[in-house]
Design a protein around this ligand. Structure first.
Ligand code: AMP
Length: 126
């Protein structure tokens, strides 16, 4: 079954300029902004401007231009917040949640970039 994109989701509204955001970077096909409820000193969300629900949806259906632009935007954000994993900077964690098991709240693909402290174990096990 195909992905169905909900145009009323909060990130779609941010992209339409209906809701303010703390922009870190904007490119032709991507927007990066600070998470409203940060889980680390630096918590940036990178989203494509296109209507993709999840990461796999984006990977399967985005154009090469969108994929390259998004990927380069991630690198630029990591550099902007000083979170590269070299040259004395301490690195980051990138997370994307998809669907029910991934506990995705906002149905517009987004990559969380968490940095500024040690992020701890990858997942909490039962
Ligand atoms: P996820 O559970 O992966 O879908 O994450 C959704 C994220 O969006 C959460 O970390 C929220 O804090 C964040 N969020 C929700 N609304 C906004 C908003 N208006 N601006 C910035 N971040 C938001």
């Amino acid at each position: 079954m195909a992905y169905v994109y909900d145009t009323t989701n909060i990130f779609a509204r941010i992209l339409r300029g209906e809701i303010p955001n703390r922009t870190v970077l904007e490119t032709e096909h991507a927007l990066a902004f600070r998470d409203i409820a940060p889980k680390a000193p630096d918590h940036v969300l990178v989203i494509p401007k296109g209507p993709y629900v999840t990461y796999d949806h984006f990977c399967a259906e985005a154009s090469e231009a969108e994929i390259v632009d998004f990927t380069r935007a991630v690198a630029a954000v990591v550099k902007l917040i000083g979170a590269e994993a070299h040259s004395g900077a301490k690195g980051f964690r990138a997370i994307t949640n998809a669907g029910e098991n991934g506990v995705q709240e906002v149905p517009h693909f987004h990559l969380h970039i968490l940095a500024g402290r040690c992020i701890g174990p990858m997942v909490v096990t039962d």
